[in-house]
Design a protein around this ligand. Structure first.
Ligand code: ADE
Length: 352
C-alpha cells in the first residue's frame, strides 16, 4: 500500500512544501497554539536580546541556550526553528541527524555559523554516536576537537566555532542519550493542537489563501478531521477549497467538507485508509492483538517505521490502540469506530 496519504503529517511534494511555507507563522506573535512553549521561548529570546543590548561591540554576542523539541511529526518543530531565528535576528541553518554522517560533516556545519546563529538538527536521535561525541564540546565550549592522523603521528587540533544555539528536534525523545539530553537548556514536548487552536489556524490560512472565511461549524468540521496537526489542517483545507471551487461555486459548509473528505477516504475523525487497514489487520489477522509491530507491518507490507512514527501516535492519542509490553492491541473504542464487535480481553494498562 502507498504511504503517501492526504492525512500524512510529512509534506508530500515540493510544491506542497512551498504552500506550507506560505501558511506558516513568521513570528511568535502569529503563532497559534503551544501556548506554554511560546511563552517559554518568548521569555528566553527577550532575555537574550536584553543582555545583548547591554553589551558593546567588543564583547562576544549573546546566544540562546540550546533547545530540544520533541513530539509527533507535523506539529511545527521546523516552523518554530524559523520563528526563533527570526525573533533573534540571526540565521537558521537546517540539517538532520542522518545528514551528519561523519565528524567532518558536523565540523563543516559548525564552522559556517556566525555568532548567535541557530543550527537546527532534525531527527537528532539519528545522529551517529561518533558525531554525537564531537558535538558535546561544541555545545558546551564552542570548540571541536578534531583528531588528525593515526598511531604515533596522531594529534588533536582544536577548532573554535561561533557561540550558537543548537535546536534539536526529534519524534523519539526516548532514543536520545542522556548526555545529549542534559546539554539542552530548554526542553519541550509539543502536544497535539486542540480543535480550537486548529480552527484559528484554518481561519488564518483561509485568509492567506483568499478563501471566504468558513463559519464556526465548518471550521470545527475541518479541525476535527485534522488529527491535532496544523500541517494536516492546511492540507485538508486546500483539498476542500478545490472541491468547493469545482463542484459548489466556492461555497464551503460542513456537508461540503464531509463530501470532499469522504471522496479522499477520510472519515469524521480524520482516519484514512492506512489507519483503518492497520486497525483492521490487528483485529482480523491477530484477533485484536497483542501483536508485534514487525508482524503487523509484514502482514500489511508496510514499513514498520512509518507505522510507528506516522500511524500509531494519533491512534494511541485517541485511544483506538494500546501499546502493551506484549504488543499492539485494538481497544473497544477502536473496534466501535470501525463497526466491529469489541474483543473481550481489553488491555489492562497501556505501558509503552
Ligand atoms: N500554520 C501552521 N501552523 C501554524 C501555527 N502554529 N500558527 C499559525 N499558523 C500556522
Amino acid at each position: 500500500m502507498s504511504t503517501e496519504r492526504l492525512i500524512s503529517s510529512t509534506p508530500i511534494t515540493e510544491v506542497e512544501d512551498q504552500t506550507n511555507w506560505a501558511l506558516r507563522p513568521q513570528s511568535l506573535d502569529e503563532y497559534i497554539g503551544q501556548a506554554e512553549l511560546i511563552e517559554r521561548v518568548l521569555i528566553a529570546v527577550q532575555a537574550v536580546q536584553a543582555r545583548q543590548e547591554a553589551k558593546d561591540d567588543t564583547q562576544p554576542r549573546e546566544h540562546l541556550e540550546h533547545v530540544l523539541l520533541h513530539g509527533p511529526p507535523g506539529l511545527g518543530k521546523t516552523t518554530l526553528a524559523h520563528v526563533i531565528a527570526t525573533e533573534l535576528g540571526t540565521n537558521l541553518h537546517v540539517t538532520s541527524g542522518p545528514a551528519l554522517a561523519r565528524g567532518t560533516d558536523l565540523v563543516a556545519a559548525l564552522t559556517r555559523l556566525a555568532p548567535g546563529d541557530v543550527l537546527f538538527i532534525d531527527e537528532i536521535h539519528r545522529l551517529p554516536i561518533a558525531v554525537e561525541e564531537f558535538i558535546y564540546p561544541a555545545m558546551e565550549d564552542f570548540k571541536i576537537d578534531v583528531c588528525l592522523d593515526t598511531g604515533l603521528n596522531a594529534r588533536t587540533v582544536q577548532i573554535k566555532c561561533a557561540p550558537f544555539t543548537l535546536l534539536g528536534a526529534t519524534t523519539r525523545a526516548g532514543l536520545l542519550s542522556s548526555p545529549m539530553r542534559s546539554r539542552f537548556g530548554l526542553v519541550h514536548h509539543l502536544k497535539y493542537y486542540s480543535d480550537d487552536d486548529l480552527m484559528h489556524i484554518i481561519q488564518r490560512s483561509s485568509r492567506l489563501l483568499q478563501i471566504p472565511t468558513p463559519d464556526h461549524d465548518t471550521l470545527g468540521s475541518i479541525a476535527s478531521r485534522s488529527r491535532g496537526t496544523p500541517r494536516i489542517a492546511n492540507r485538508l483545507l486546500r483539498r476542500i477549497r478545490d472541491y468547493a471551487q469545482v463542484r459548489h461555486n466556492n461555497e464551503i459548509n460542513p456537508q461540503i467538507v464531509d463530501d470532499a473528505l469522504n471522496l479522499e477516504g477520510i472519515d469524521h475523525l480524520g482516519l484514512d485508509e492506512l489507519d483503518r487497514s492497520y486497525l483492521t489487520t490487528i483485529y482480523k489477522v491477530f484477533n485484536g492483538g497483542p501483536a508485534g509491530l514487525e508482524a503487523i507491518s509484514a502482514t500489511m507490507n508496510e514499513d514498520s517505521g512509518t507505522l510507528e512514527d506516522v500511524v500509531e501516535p494519533y491512534l494511541l492519542q485517541i485511544g483506538f490502540l494500546a501499546r502493551t509490553k506484549r504488543g499492539r492491541q485494538i481497544t473497544s473504542k477502536g473496534c466501535q469506530h470501525l463497526g466491529l464487535k469489541p474483543i473481550s480481553s481489553e488491555p489492562i494498562t497501556s505501558t509503552l
